[in-house]
Design a protein around this ligand. Structure first.
Ligand code: XMP
Length: 236
């Protein structure tokens, strides 16, 4: 199936339903972190809208950072090896902070497991997760989810509200099923392939040991093999 064959199908959650759920989620998060300061780490690009709308609702002090990691090559099929490309990493120190990782969707759990592994090594005071969507499926990886927006069927490939197909449809204000992609009745996946964008420099230390978030230099995509842990300061 080509990209041109993909069409927006059934709307699963309207803009109003998403907004109502966000109100509830924000309430739960506020309650958990009342009296403290929260560091939200958004996993881009998919969680961009979700994170922004959620953060606007939080009435507690919140800091924000980002990680950009991808497993898809522009279509609906993750890299067969399960390799992820980490193109941006947090700029600030999260040591001893309460960190909430915000992601768009939990599918196999590979992406979030990878992100949690990286952040755990930074020794935050606490590390929790909030995902907009959870796909209902069996997962080999057990990834703890503390806050969840909605559940969706595993066979549906969904787009909108930040989620894309080949970088399109993110701007839809609702969540919909994409027709013509995903698992067919025979269980085979259809996809369109595109190379991931070049990886950018993420976080560096200056001569004085200060961390910078300089992202001007472009680098080759950096695969992150599953389960690999990075040592503090070992990132380049
Ligand atoms: P894993 O399998 O690592 O997948 O939990 C998480 C990442 O896969 C992408 N993904 C989707 N993106 N519609 C999308 O637009 C989907 O139905 C879908 N399922 C998985 C997404 O980037 C997510 O972060």
């Amino acid at each position: 199936m080509t990209r041109a064959g993909a069409k927006i199908g059934r709307v699963l959650f309207t803009k109003e339903e998403i907004e109502a759920r966000l109100d509830v989620l924000a309430g739960e998060i506020q309650e958990r972190y009342a009296g403290g300061e929260l560091t939200v780490v958004a996993v881009l690009k998919g969680s961009l809208f979700f994170t922004a709308d959620l953060m606007k609702r939080l009435k507690i002090p919140v800091r924000m950072d980002i990680i950009e990691i991808s497993s898809y090559s522009g279509g609906v099929t993750p890299a067969p090896s399960g390799e992820k490309t980490l193109s941006k990493y947090i700029a600030d120190d999260v040591h001893d902070r309460d960190v909430l990782v915000v992601d768009d969707i939990l599918d196999t759990g590979g992406t979030l497991a990878e992100v949690l592994g990286l952040l755990r090594a930074e020794n935050p005071r606490s590390l929790a997760t909030c995902v907009f969507l959870v796909k209902k499926r069996k997962r080999r990886l057990k990834v703890p989810i503390d806050f969840c927006g909605f559940e969706v069927k595993a066979r549906d490939f969904v787009v909108g509200y930040g989620l894309d197909y080949a970088q399109r449809y993110r701007n839809l204000p609702y969540l919909a099923v994409l027709k013509g992609v995903g698992k067919s009745k025979r269980g085979t996946k259809t996809s369109s392939r595109r190379k991931p964008a070049a990886v950018k420099k993420t976080r560096r230390k200056t001569a004085s040991g200060e961390r910078t978030g300089d992202s001007r230099k472009k680098r080759r995509p950096r695969p992150v093999s599953s389960g690999r842990r990075r040592k503090r300061g070992g990132r380049s």
